[in-house]
Design a protein around this ligand. Structure first.
Ligand SMILES: C[S@@+](CC[C@H](N)C(=O)[O-])C[C@H]1O[C@@H](n2cnc3c(N)ncnc32)[C@H](O)[C@@H]1O
Length: 219
């Protein structure tokens, strides 16, 4: 039995999964503080035509006057696009890394914290999204329930992350976790009335190669 793999995938059914201990949290934060210097692999901008951006934007719907949370926002590249597209939206970017948050664009509200303990009131956002960040949360169920908690009933949630079936394709830190379609659908389904998932590529006219999945939910 491969215990390392079992632990990585959240432990045995019925047993608690891995814990985001203060030590691990500090290591993850330090790793992303360091990564913030790497603009090539952790860019502060993204082309608004990229399918990942469009799929999140379309799912969130009309953002005029809406309050939206970018969970694990990094440098806020998605929030930057959405704020440019809809200046009347109130967009918050939450991240564990202070160094990443320094790049969050003017007009987007930066917030330091962990997605496993969001410092926001219940139902205080119209929508939330997490792009390639939930995979670092360690306590995945807790993070998903926190994201759902802060979104109002009827609000939209979008998650883009990597597919567990493709595990091994990229180098990953020891805490990272990828997801099966069903796994995140089940976690979101505990809090949301509608949940669907689909494969996505960077460009809509390029057939998805199975690495990225988008989970789209309505609370
Ligand atoms: C690969 S980056 C993605 C950033 C951004 N979502 C994007 O698409 O550009 C992952 C981000 O998740 C953040 N992160 C990791 N663990 C976190 C946690 N527990 N709470 C909040 N943010 C976290 C990291 O600091 C990093 O900025």
């Amino acid at each position: 039995m491969n215990w390392k793999r079992i632990l990585r995938w959240g432990g045995l059914p019925g047993l608690p999964g891995p814990t985001l201990t203060p030590g691990l949290r500090a290591r993850i934060r330090a790793s992303f503080d360091d990564a913030a210097r790497d603009e090539e692999n952790f860019p502060s901008t993204i082309d608004s035509r990229i399918w990942h951006v469009r799929i999140v934007r379309e799912h969130l719907g009309d953002l005029r006057g809406k309050r939206v949370l970018d969970v694990g926002c990094g440098k806020g590249r998605f929030a930057r696009v959405f704020k440019e597209q809809e200046p009347e939206a109130e967009i918050w970017g939450l991240d564990i890394s202070h160094a990443m948050l320094r790049f969050v664009p003017h007009g987007v509200h930066p917030c330091a914290g962990s997605m496993t303990e969001l410092p926001f009131a219940d139902a205080s956002f119209d929508g939330a999204y997490a792009t390639e960040s939930l995979e670092h949360a360690v306590e995945i169920g807790k993070a998903v329930s926190e994201i759902c908690r802060v979104v109002r009933p009827g609000g939209r949630i979008a998650i883009i992350d990597k597919n567990a079936a493709q595990w091994g394709r990229l180098r990953t830190p020891e805490w990272e976790k990828w997801f099966t379609r069903k796994e995140l659908q089940r976690l979101l389904g505990r809090h949301c009335r509608l949940v669907e998932s689909r494969f996505v590529s960077y460009w809509e006219d390029v057939e998805p190669d199975g690495l990225f999945l988008a989970w789209l939910a309505t609370k």
